[in-house]
Design a protein around this ligand. Structure first.
Ligand code: ATP
Ligand code: MG
Ligand code: MG
Length: 637
């Protein structure tokens, strides 16, 4: 509820446009273009649209805004839907702008018929000039096509449809008001003939805040006459050569779907006028457009083209590499959907653009994980310790709570003569300000009955690394209580019959970039890459409680969720959001939903080491873990 105490949204609700009588409830939509993965910024748009509808007892649709075949793919469509469901939201309907291509085309003809649009053949630079030049320093004027007869525009529009024109040779422009101070009224495009991109992956996107939409609004954006038609469209194939623009499509699809509140980001504020203009011209139901500030995240890059460059040059392993901030990447990294929602919730909703450092996001994730995931002992870089005064077959079973929260339960692990500890928890030479293990020094092994004291160590002559530490068990012979050691370290027992330790390969994720604004690097963003963005620990060891955690994932059922309920009250569905619903999955094969627990839902706190989850590269023979975040900011631990 906290999210909706913010004035902006309740004002928007109060203002609610009165639609046709059939619209008795709030209807919103989340309208992504299926031209890439969703990123962290989109989670705000998702939370607002689904959250607003839910809060007011309404419905939210997922609408794919698929009006540009260049760059749009079924693969992205599927990924986006999957991500929305993973976040815990269930679209009441899934629609596509392309469902309405016939209807939109008919309305374009209707607009021409009433003198509201004309076919224009001006080039990009002609149009810039007509709009007063690049800086708006010159007077604006109409082109000759603006005053052509209605019948001629109609004929030419049909010719565009029928393939008489190549990309850029003709476009349909709305006949708005060149006198208006708002550029969105300077005869923006309604239909254009998109060109095939030279290299689809090389497209320049997201550089301008409004992305392709803005460019389309300005002009055709194509000059050369050697261009090929874009397409085929992943849903309508080769049926169309002309495609409606954002400015023509969005307000009409909102209208067709009886959207009550069309919520969008503030770059579209100027577009509100053309949104209303077109619905009024065509005399259709007019939803209410209102704007909120984008969520922009610094210290990373979200541009699809740049992410592609990172993958191509092998700086990251895939587009969902855990070092990236697309939502599939955050999912793979192990960030719980509830943590993303509570982060967005914390930011609240205002008209101002929210600029957040990735560090602040991590703080929020850390806070969420602290109360929701179980704890285990994980040794990243193990060194062997032999407790010489224990018999070879020494075995004690030690009980460990999964969390400070007793509701999470306990598990039991073996304690044996040979254990592994973290290499960094041992020093060859002791000093008074050092409290962990060193020759002559005593430390506690977390939850083990008695402490140990190091006696000596051995080195591997070839590497010079310590290969073995000798220790003694400090169990008082007279049965008295042991002295409480100054510090406790984590450990894992060597007990083959208990399958301990479990071996793992751990990837520590560090910032991918050195600066806060990689895009601003004078020699290009690739020069800002942090060479240590990933640290590998190939011989990590986990205690056996991991098997239980894996069986019980997604974890936890209730306990932890209750603890975060105060922070993340945006929607009640997210309590289950780890249980992503995959329609038509292999398990049922009939399109029914099935509940899956992906590898990324196996999450735990490695005591003293951070929060970890299973990476999707894991298999029967290989366990790969990602460190989601460190335990504390900046400690590297
Ligand atoms: P990008 O260029 O970053 O992919 P976009 O606007 O092209 O953004 P769309 O697929 O059109 O991406 O976005 C779908 C919805 O999400 C739109 O309503 C858009 O305004 C919203 N959105 C996109 N980026 C953000 C962001 N950073 N913060 C909040 N909302 C966003
Ligand atoms: Mg867009
Ligand atoms: Mg986009």
């Amino acid at each position: 509820e906290s999210m909706f105490k913010v004035g902006f949204l309740s004002d928007v609700y109060q203002e609610r446009s009165v639609g046709p009588e059939s619209i008795s409830k709030v209807i919103t939509r989340f309208p992504p273009e299926p031209n890439g993965f969703l990123h962290i910024g989109h989670s705000k748009a998702i939370a607002i649209n689904f959250g607003f509808a839910k809060y007011h007892g309404g419905e939210c649709y997922l609408r794919f805004d698929d009006t540009n075949p260049a760059g749009e793919k079924k693969e992205y469509d599927d990924s986006i839907e999957d991500t929305v469901r993973w976040l815990g939201f269930k679209p009441v309907k899934i629609t596509h702008s392309s469902d309405n291509f016939d209807r939109l085309y008919a309305l374009a003809e209707a607009l021409i018929e009433k003198g509201g649009a004309y076919v224009c053949h001006c080039t990009k630079s002609d149009i810039v000039d007509q709009r007063g030049g690049k800086k708006g320093e010159k007077p604006r004027y109409a082109c000759s096509h603006r005053s052509r007869p209605i019948a001629e525009s109609m004929c030419e529009f049909r010719a565009m449809r029928d393939g008489k024109y190549k990309p850029g040779e003709a476009a349909l422009r709305m006949k708005q008001n060149l006198e208006d101070g708002n550029p969105q009224m300077w005869d923006v495009f309604a239909y254009r003939i998109p060109a095939k991109k030279k290299d689809e992956e090389d497209e320049e996107d997201e550089e301008e805040i409004r992305g392709n939409d803005a460019k389309e609004t300005e002009t055709n954006g194509v000059e050369s006459d050697e261009l090929q038609y874009a397409g085929p469209h992943y849903r309508t194939g080769n049926k169309w050569k002309i495609y409606p623009t954002y400015d023509f499509t969005h307000c009409l699809c909102d209208s067709f779907e009886s959207i009550t509140h069309s919520l969008c980001t503030t770059e579209f504020e100027l577009s509100r006028v053309s949104y209303e203009w077109l619905n009024n011209q065509l005399d259709v139901y007019r939803p209410m457009q209102r704007e909120y500030g984008r969520l922009s995240v610094s210290g990373t890059i979200l541009s699809k083209r740049k992410i592609h460059e990172l993958v191509k040059n092998k700086y990251v392993r895939a587009r969902d590499d855990p070092r990236l901030y697309t939502l599939p990447a955050l999912r793979r990294r192990g960030v719980p959907p509830g943590a993303i929602l509570s982060f967005v919730n914390e930011l609240g909703v205002t008209k101002a653009v929210t600029n957040i450092e990735v560090k602040r996001f991590e703080t929020s994730v850390r806070r969420y994980l602290e109360v929701t995931v179980p704890r285990l002992m994980l040794v990243l870089d193990p060194v062997k310790v032999v407790i010489d005064n224990l018999p070879d077959d020494h075995l004690e079973m030690v009980e460990l709570p999964f969390s400070k929260d007793p509701a999470m339960g306990v598990h039991t692990i073996p304690f044996t003569k040979t254990v592994y500890i973290e290499r960094s928890d041992f020093r060859e030479v002791d000093s008074p300000d050092y409290f962990r293990l060193a020759p002559g020094k005593t430390v506690g092994l977390m939850k083990a009955p008695f402490p140990i004291t190091a006696t000596s160590f051995e080195k591997d002559p070839s590497t010079g690394h310590i290969s073995l530490i000798h220790a003694t068990y400090e169990k008082p012979a007279d049965g008295s209580a042991p002295k409480k050691p100054k510090s406790f370290i984590h450990w894992v027992a060597s007990s083959p019959e208990h399958h301990s330790p479990i071996k793992a390969e751990v990837r520590i994720i560090n910032p991918l970039f050195k600066s806060d604004n990689p895009a601003a690097h004078p020699d290009g963003f690739l020069k800002d890459i942090n060479p240590d963005s990933e640290e590998l620990f190939l011989n990590a060891m986990i205690e056996t409680g991991f098997e239980e955690i894996r069986k019980r994932a997604p974890w936890p059922a209730e306990a932890g969720e209750k603890a975060v309920a105060d922070q993340a009250t945006m929607n009640e569905e997210h309590a289950n959001s780890d249980a992503s619903t995959v329609p038509g999955s292999a398990a049922t094969g009939d399109g029914d939903s099935v509940t899956t627990a992906g590898p990324e839902t196996v999450r735990f706190q490695g005591m003293r080491m951070g929060y970890f989850c299973v990476d999707k590269e894991s298999g029967a023979e290989r366990l790969v873990l990602n460190r989601i975040v460190s335990l504390k900011e900046d400690t590297g631990k």
